[in-house]
Design a protein around this ligand. Sequence first.
Ligand SMILES: [Zn+2]
Ligand SMILES: [Zn+2]
Length: 340
Amino acid sequence: MNTTVAPAPEPIPGAAETSIDVTGLTAYTVSIIRLAEAKGLRPTWGQPHGNARRVSLNADGPHGASGSITIGRTSGKVLRAEPAAPEPPLGAHHFGAPTPAGEQPAQTRTETPVTTIAHPVQIAAATRARTAANVARDRFAGPDTIRALQSLAAHFDAAATACDAYDGTTNEPFVQMWRSLAAALDLVTAHPACRFPDTVVDYITAPLTTTPLPTLPRLLPVSEQHTAEETTLRAELARLHADTAAADADPERWFRAVLNILAKWKRLEGAVRVDNSRPCNRARVAERHLKCIACGGSTIRFTVRETAVCECGKGQTWGDVMVCDCWGYDCPAIPRDTTN
Ligand SMILES: [Zn+2]
Ligand SMILES: [Zn+2]
């Protein structure tokens, strides 16, 4: 159980409600719809086609713009985003809402974007991506890691540029942004020495998705020094998460501080992993990660895949005995040789 809970982000006025039903959509998809509305577009649901359904984005008025995003029916994910054709053929205004009487028909619209002023949440997300790029460039590391950090910086910069480019006429910038962030995440995972957390993308997109900031899993170290360090870092991060005034006043400085704490966390996580694998710590690691549902003991044998038997004789599932935040096969209290 996590002892710290990230504070919910301040709701963004006007961006929190949508006029259409967003049930079952991913946070990212909802953010696109919210932003489109913030830009003056009027998203409406189109007819479903096979496994996909479509949201039409329409803005009426002299600068009328339209386009659509195709969303997976069950996944709720954005599959494709299509801008409106710059000069639609006659009768192409088929995306949804009819043009109100007295307004210019869609065929005569110009290519003028709805607005070129970035929405505050858009600026916040782009700033975080740019800050992550600067942190990656400034980070000191060996030659191999430096190369990964440089690529990482390029992906974060590309994400920021794409986010800036959103003007309400098409979702293509968000598709580009998401691609760059996915590439960044791949690098972060493949190069732990970069000391970026895999939650970095969640921090960058949080202003768009309005989802709570990520929390830290429990490391459950056996050494007192590591335990003290974990407590300190957790408290520092909680303080930064709660300081929304600092995040608003100087977002670059705030996010740098967050990434600095998370870099220290990555290092601690690696040290705990090494410590956990020492045979002399085996019993103490088990005490922190495992607890029998019958006797509360932690001398447990993992016999068959996903089944565990305590020395008291009680058989249970892995999920029952694990009182840690580990993913099943990653738990240091579960011996490697029994998991195959
Ligand atoms: Zn037991
Ligand atoms: Zn565990």
